[in-house]
Design a protein around this ligand. Structure first.
Ligand SMILES: *Cc1c(COP(=O)(O)O)cnc(C)c1O
Length: 374
């Protein structure tokens, strides 16, 4: 079968290999069969291995849903009665975590920092010191809206110093930027199959400390479908998801994991880095400015500012590229209009070189000045 290859430069889902696409085409199977439960066991162990967790300390719990389900699950399930959540917030995804706290009516502190700066650790510590009832600290590793890399290791150390657990949204770094749950002081991290793993949409997972999940059995239950302990317990007892899993996505994820371990953590990160540098080179040559200081970027997402040119029209440029197999993604960072080019997915440097040929053609076609003006 010949499937058209598109280069997705949007922040997920990402470009997948044909072998991952084809892995979804399997004989029909009822997911309650032992054969299927067996597949999920290996999958759960591999997900822990990617972040260097030991199976005696960490487990993974799968959910059917997009990545946001993980944030929801972790926050609503891991807060003991009478305690508070601290969200270290410098972007859209941590703001989403704050909204989840609001929706469940969970006591929380929204510690806001500018979106183009790393959080001030002294302020984080001050809040922890003054609020001994904080039981959970949450932040985002790579704020995908801007591409800033947050100091999770340091934030995790502070959380632990003050007796709180640390949950991190690693959706846009997991299986790309190397993560070590021990060294990075992570109790819970998370991702969905469609980003770093380069699989399909519909499967998300939390990797976290088994002992804390077991302890959370007695915490207030705020959701029926999205409770971490209930899903974990069902897996442990039966090997299955509590409710219907995304069957074909599970097959694709297993293939993607095989390809992940074949490529290797280091080689994969080196490839993403090559792509990221090629994106920067291309943008620099055209004169685009990025939002986040280069040395504070996570190496996966570049946010470029719209040029100040009356001919600039993101939609037109997008459509020109899209028709030629390249997807770019718009975004707004506070009041600045931006677009994003991401280094996720089964792509390499040559794809970026090809992309910039097309992108330059689009700028020329619509008479946008090169180098771009600000
Ligand atoms: C993609 C992403 C999510 C999940 O978003 P969905 O729209 O639910 O897929 C969560 N956090 C981060 C940091 C992300 O990049």
């Amino acid at each position: 079968m010949n499937i058209k290859r598109n280069v997705l430069l949007n922040p997920g889902p990402s470009t997948t290999t044909d072998t991952v696409k084809m892995a979804q085409v399997v004989p029909d199977i009822c997911p309650r069969e032992k054969e299927f439960a067996g597949l999920m066991k290996g999958l759960r162990e591999d997900l822990v291995k990617i972040v260097h967790g030991k199976n005696e300390d960490y487990t993974s719990v799968l959910f059917c849903g997009s990545g946001t389900i993980n944030i929801d699950v972790c926050l609503n399930s891991l807060l003991p009665e009478g305690k508070k959540i601290l969200v270290v917030n410098n972007g859209a995804y941590s703001t989403r975590a704050v909204e989840i706290c609001e929706f469940y009516g969970m006591p929380h502190i929204d510690l806001k920092f500018p979106v183009d700066e790393r959080p001030d650790l002294a302020k984080v510590e001050e809040i922890l010191k003054n609020n001994p009832d904080i039981a959970l600290v949450h932040t985002t590793h790579n704020e995908t809206g801007t591409g800033i890399l947050n100091p999770i290791r340091e934030i995790g150390a502070l959380a632990h110093k003050y007796g709180a657990i640390f949950t991190v949204d690693t959706t846009s770094t997991y299986a790309m930027r190397p993560i070590n749950v021990y060294e990075d002081n992570i109790d819970f991290c998370m991702a969905s199959a469609q980003k770093g793993l380069m699989a399909m949409t519909g499967l998300s997972f939390v990797v976290g400390r088994t002992a804390i999940i077991e302890e959370s059995k007695n915490y207030p239950k705020r959701s029926y479908y999205c409770n971490l302990f209930l899903q974990y317990d069902y897996f442990e007892k039966t090997g299955e998801m509590h409710f219907t899993p995304p069957v074909q996505t599970v097959y694709a994820t297993i293939q993607a994991l095989k390809e992940y371990f074949e490529e290797g953590e280091e080689a994969k990160w080196a490839r993403h880095t090559r792509v990221f540098e090629a994106i920067h080179k291309g943008l620099d040559e055209l004169g685009f400015k990025d939002v986040i200081k280069r040395d504070e970027q996570a190496g996966l997402v570049v946010s470029a500012v719209y040029p100040n040119d009356s001919n600039w029209d993101f939609e037109k440029v997008h459509d020109y590229c899209y028709e030629r197999g390249f997807t770019i993604y718009p975004g707004k960072i506070s009041t600045t209009n931006t677009f994003r080019l991401c280094a996720l997915g089964a792509i390499d440097e040559e794809d970026i070189v090809e992309f910039f040929k097309v992108f330059r053609e689009a700028l020329e076609k619509y008479e946008i000045a090169i180098p771009v003006k600000y």
